[in-house]
Design a protein around this ligand. Sequence first.
Ligand code: PMP
Length: 445
Amino acid sequence: MPTAPVSNLFYQSRQPRPMLDRGEGIYLYDVTGKRYIDGSSGAMVSNIGHSNPRVLEAMRRQMEKATFGYRLHFQSEPTERLASETARRMPAGLDRVFFVSGGSEAVESAMKLARQYAVARGEGTRWKVISRHPSYHGCTLGALAVTGYDPLTVPFAPMMREMPKIPAPTCYLDRDNLDPAARGLKYAEYLRDEILRQGPESVLAFIMEPVGGASTGALVAPDSYYARIREICDEFGILLIYDEVMSGAGRTGAFIAAEHWGIVPDLVVLSKGFAAGYMPLGAAVARSDIVETVLDSGGFLHGFTYAGNPLACVAGLAVLDEIERQDLVANAATMGALLKSRLDGLMETYPFIGDVRGKGLLLAFELVSDRASMRPLPKELNAHSRLVEIAYERGLIVYSRRTRGGYEGDHFLVCPPLIVTETQIDEIMGLLDGALSQFADEIAP
Ligand code: PMP
C-alpha cells in the first residue's frame, strides 16, 4: 500500500493513490500490476493513448539534438512547423499561434492578447471578459477570474478582478415549453443583456467552452446558440474566445468543436489533447490581424520561459501526425456515437441517471434524485466521489465533479482516448454497469 503522499498533487488530499507504473494504449498499470482502463484519458488529456512508440521516438530524436532553446534567442523548426500544422487545422484566418505549457496559460495568453489588441486600436476602455457560470477556464488568477465554479473561485475573490458571468446553457434543467432552438436563443440573449448592462464600450471579449468540460459535464447548447453568440459579439465589436482546451484536438469528432457549427472564433485556446500528455503544451491561436496590430504597437507584453520549447512542440507534432495517421477525429465521432448510445441505454436500468450528453468522445452522465424534478442526489451520498471510487476498485477510471455551479449535482465524464475500439467500449460499459449496480445497491433505501 502506498504511503501518504507528500508531493504537489496531494495538497488536495492525504488519501494515498495507487502508485503509477506504466501505461499502454488505453490502459494504465500500478506498481502492483493492477490494470485500469483510462476511461477519462486522465483529465481528457491522453487522446492518443499511452506510450505511443512513434511519439516517443520523435521525442527521443529531438532530445538528442536539443531539449531547450530559449524562444527569444532561437526560432526552432519544430515550433514553426507545429504552428503551421495547427493553423492548417483551424478555420481560415486563425493562423498565428502562441505556444505555452498548459490550458490556464493559454487562456491568460488569449485574454492578454485581446486586451493589447483593444488598447492598440485606441479602445482602452475595453477590459471585461464576460464568461459563463458554471465554467472552468483554469486556476491561475486571470483564468480563475473568468471561471464560474464557486468552490474554486470564492476563496480567491479578493485577489482578482472577477469578471461578469452569464448563465451557461444548462437547458436540460429547464422545464419551460420552449423548443430547443428557442432555448438556445434564450441563453444567447443573456450575453446581449449582460453587454448592455456592463456598457458595450467596457467589454473586451466573451469566453466560452463550446462543449463544456469539467464544470458542466460535457454541456452542449442547442445549435441556434452558437451562431447567435457570434452575431452578438460582432454587433458590439467584442472578441469571441473559444476555450477548446478540453474539446479541441479531435475529442468531439472535429479537430475543434467550433467546426460543428461553422463558427469562426477570433481566438481559440488549446491544450490537453494537443500534446496528449506527452509534454506540457498549450496554445492560443489568433487571427493574424490581431497579432499584427499588437506587433505594430510594440509587441506582446507576455511570455513564459518554457513557451514554445522545441521538445514540447515535437511531441505536439507527433501527436498531430498520429491523429491523422490513425484517423482519430473520425474514430472519435464513430466511437463517440456508439458510447453515447450505450450510456443512453443505462438510463433504462438506473432511474438515477438524469441526463446523458456530449459530443464525440466528450461525454458525460449526470445523477439525479428523480428525472421529473431533476433534483440532485442528496449531498451526503457524496455520489461524485463514491461512484468514482467503486469504478476505480473495479479497474475503470472515470472523472467526476459536483456540477451546477459547484454546489449540487454529480456528473461523470466518460472520455476514453480517441484510439478506443468497439471491444474496449464493451469492456468500459461492463465495468461501468457493474459499478452503477453496486452504487444502486448502496443507496437503496
Ligand atoms: N480550460 C478548460 C476548458 C479546461 O478544461 C482546463 C483544465 N481542466 C483549463 C482551461 C485549464 O488547463 P490547465 O489545467 O492545463 O491549466
